[in-house]
Design a protein around this ligand. Structure first.
Ligand code: ZN
Length: 528
């Protein structure tokens, strides 16, 4: 590294380097600058040492490299600053680019004969402090396309292999997300399984940037943007997996989160895939049988409402009905659906909904009712012969009624159009192999509501957080099970009159029933 280089050149002592390194975490500046500020190195010595260390002059070079990959070939596109006396190529991934080095240098020199070509690592670039992109007018593009048959280029890098093995493992564990979080020590890789994060691997700091770059290259995230929010998407055909990627900067480096979408699960979705009991399935079928009206799924993020809504759409005959979805972003791609994405910022939910109504749909799915305009249009569509499906970000079904009124929808309109409002939440399904029976006298510690049941000889269980050897068991759970509460049209009217239908079963009651059946742990009841 640069510090050792300075010691070898007799410009600073080991003690001076240690002093500078000790203030670096606080000063958050380049080592050279700290040494100059501490009076341990002159600016001139620092500049010439940096030039000698990097083998280039540290001035006025602008560059950027965009590398892309598709199924047939891999190519590297270079955008090169033309002002400099020589040319810099920033390598997004040294390992990946090293296969191209000779051809890259040749091509670049051919296009810009007056330039001397250098390839620098991220760390070297960082030392130069040149993490900027050239203005387009001053740049020139060179595209190197590899022959599809060139085996040396199409072969996977160790980083790619690592990513693929992580994704494969995540899929086998039924993980919903994979997190790559830069920390002080390196990179923490975690899976979200059954709603909980588990660390599966850590990567040393020296390797983490190259690996993150490979993750970005593979998941459609821009390689040249560091520290700003970005999104990307990719498909891993061999794994039958789609991935939606989000990245952002934080104080220790970058954070990337991959949302995993299992293509096989998506393709085979039916009403049965939501994990509901027969009562709930009947309610859904009945609501879907209506030719118009509104079906609402409510719950927090991660409550299973998007998946439930998608499964509902898959239960509709899409040959004889035109089904349009408006989503931010499209999460599951379904056959026979016209899916409109509003996440690009060019169009809002209400604008997309208004234009969709002109496309003569039978069924419209609106990803979320967030504002008054969308709520108004959704009810307008529902009351003019369309079946509208949507979600609301509320905890309960009764709360959803209040929320709709808060969004300016008249009670009459709600009562005449609501077919079904369901609130959902997911709870861990106990592993039958290792669940632990809870003594009757201990039940009250977990749930007040369960005490009388426990005294009438209902056996409750709790999760064995250490798990067992059963292949489906992850920390004592085998996936998750759906809890729900529902209000149908006639119940919506009763709530207005202040009359509570004895048939209404709350989320908590639903959870208590599941716990009494030993499907979920008793500890899951109190927080519903
Ligand atoms: Zn188990």
């Amino acid at each position: 590294m640069f510090g050792e280089f300075l010691i070898n050149k007799n410009l600073i002592s080991v003690e001076q380097l240690e002093e500078a390194l000790s203030v670096q975490p606080i000063a958050k500046r380049k080592l050279g600058r700290i040494l100059v500020e501490l009076g341990l190195l002159s600016q001139n010595d620092c500049d010439s040492a940096l030039e000698a260390f990097l083998g280039v002059k540290s001035e006025k070079e602008f560059y950027s490299v965009i590398s892309e990959r598709n199924d047939q070939s891999m190519f590297v596109k270079l955008v090169i600053g033309l002002e400099a006396g020589y040319l810099l190529l920033r390598s997004p991934n040294v390992l990946y680019l090293s296969r191209f080095t000779d051809r890259l240098v040749q091509e670049a020199e051919k296009h810009s004969p007056n330039f001397e070509v250098k390839i620098l690592t991220f760390e070297q670039m960082d030392l130069l402090g040149r993490m900027v992109q050239a203005p387009i007018s001053e740049t020139k593009e060179i595209t190197l396309v590899s022959e599809p048959s060139a085996p040396v280029i199409s072969g996977p890098t160790p980083y790619r292999e690592l990513l693929l093995s992580l994704l494969s493992k995540a899929k086998s564990l039924n993980a919903s997300d994979v997190h790559f979080d830069s920390t002080l020590d390196g990179l923490a890789i975690r899976f979200r399984v059954n709603g909980d994060l588990t660390t599966v691997k850590t990567i040393k700091r020296e390797l983490s940037q190259s690996f993150l770059t490979e993750v970005k290259a593979q998941t459609g995230l821009p390689l040249t943007v560091i520290g700003s929010p970005c999104s990307g998407a990719a498909r891993f055909a061999d794994l039958h997996l789609k991935v939606r990627a989000q990245s952002n900067g934080q104080i220790h480096g970058e954070t990337i989160v991959l949302r995993l979408i299992d293509e096989e699960k998506t393709k085979n979705a039916t009403i049965d895939s939501i994990g509901a009991d027969d009562v709930f399935k009947d309610e859904i079928q009945k609501a879907l049988g209506a030719s118009s009206g509104l079906i609402l799924m409510c719950g927090q993020t991660g409550s299973g409402k998007s998946w439930t809504l998608y499964s509902l759409l898959m239960a509709i005959d899409r040959q004889s009905s035109k089904v349009i979805t408006i989503e931010d972003p499209v999460e599951y791609e379904g056959p026979g659906l016209m899916q409109i994405e509003v996440s690009n910022g060019k169009i809002t939910f209400d604008e997309a909904l208004r234009s969709s109504l002109r496309l003569d749909p039978d069924v419209i799915m609106v990803g979320e009712i967030r504002d008054e305009k969308t709520a108004e249009l959704a009810f307008k569509a529902a009351s003019t012969g369309h079946l509208v499906l949507s979600t609301l970000h509320t905890n309960g079904a009764i709360e959803a009624l209040t929320r709709l009124k808060g969004l300016g929808i008249a009670e009459d309109l709600i009562e005449s159009n609501v077919r079904l409002i369901s609130a959902l939440t997911l709870r861990k399904r106990l592993c039958e192999n290792c669940k632990i029976a809870v003594d009757t006298e201990l039940v009250s510690k977990f749930s007040e509501e369960a005490i009388s049941l426990a005294h009438s000889e209902v056996q409750f269980f709790t999760r064995n957080v250490h798990g067992c050897s059963h292949p489906d068991c992850h920390q004592g759970a085998t996936g998750r099970v759906l809890m729900y509460e529902s209000i149908n049209q006639s119940q919506a009217r009763e709530f207005r009159d202040g009359f509570m239908n004895p048939g209404f079963r709350s989320l908590k009651q639903c959870a208590l029933e599941r716990a009494a059946l030993g499907v979920i742990g008793i500890e899951e009841v109190s927080n519903v």
